[in-house]
Design a protein around this ligand. Structure first.
Ligand code: HPA
Length: 273
């Protein structure tokens, strides 16, 4: 068996040793977006460093726990904090948890992130449903030998975000009085934020939002044929003609304010799955 498959099997067996039913939904919580935990009836909180072959989150504002619990009657596995390429991990490492969650049995995946809003109609704190993405990360999680067990060598990406799951998110958000906007997310390596010229360039490419995550995980989810949906919180307005300096503290503060609504939207969808 190849090394990655062995590592997936070891991590999966470890997580199956916790008394809990098979999780049906996986969730990845992005920067400053941990509030969903308050909707969870938590059964187990497992620090990443206890899980075989899991990388450790190196970003101090990202918690590093895998949580098993229920929202309504739906068994959920939630990642409180994710891994980024800019932390120095390989693409295979940052997407390892997605493969493990799939091996544990999840049928759907929800992701969140903090992103810069380049579409001028977006405002700080808006929630944006990803309709598509552009991969500008310098690496691809599917590069390298591809065991048939990983999924197809050349996964189709004509519809990377599941429309039915997107519609459910939109329906819950609308019922909460806060309909989602939608947009195209471009993923860059970071960790620096962009220059004015880069925002202009990324906007010209057709992107509405820019961030440093999500796309590698979505590529792997598509290879695994795991339906997924993602929502970004606009944490800064990236108008190259009127750009203000922005700090990570401000990004986290804005994400924190939108977190309650985002978490209610996710929880509403998950409870109905
Ligand atoms: N650029 C890249 N990543 C980000 C941004 C941004 O402006 N805001 C939040 N994450």
């Amino acid at each position: 068996m190849d090394l990655l498959l062995q590592q997936i099997a070891t991590a999966t067996t470890y997580l199956q040793s916790f008394p809990f039913e098979q999780p049906r939904v996986g969730v990845v919580l992005g920067t400053g977006l941990g509030e969903l935990v308050n909707h969870l009836k938590i059964a187990h909180t497992i620090p990443y460093q206890q899980i075989p072959h899991f990388p450790e989150s190196t970003v101090e504002f990202h918690k590093g726990n895998l949580i098993l619990g229920h929202i309504g009657n739906t068994p959920v596995i939630a990642m409180q904090g994710r891994f980024h390429y800019y932390e120095g991990y390989t693409m295979q490492q940052i997407t390892f948890p997605i493969r493990v969650m799939k091996a544990l049995g999840i049928e759907q995946l929800l992701l969140s992130n903090a992103a810069g809003g380049m579409n001028p109609s977006y405002k700080k704190g808006d929630l944006i449903l990803l309709e598509d993405h552009i991969n500008m990360q310098p690496e691809n999680p599917l590069r390298g030998l591809n065991s048939a067990a990983y999924g197809p060598r050349f996964p189709d990406m004509s519809c990377p975000y599941n429309p039915a799951l997107g519609e459910k998110l939109q329906a819950v958000a609308t019922a909460l009085g806060a309909p989602l906007k939608s947009g195209v997310y471009v993923s860059v390596m970071g960790p620096n934020l962009e220059t004015r010229a880069e925002y202009r360039f990324l906007r010209m490419m057709g992107a509405d939002l820019v961030g440093m995550s999500t796309v590698p995980e979505v590529i792997v989810a598509n290879q695994l044929q795991l339906p997924c949906a993602a929502v970004s919180v606009v944490t800064d307005e990236c108008d190259p003609d009127n750009l203000h300096p922005v700090s990570i503290e401000e990004i986290i503060a804005v994400a924190g304010k939108a977190d309650k609504l985002l978490s209610s939207v996710f929880a509403g969808v998950i409870a109905g799955l």
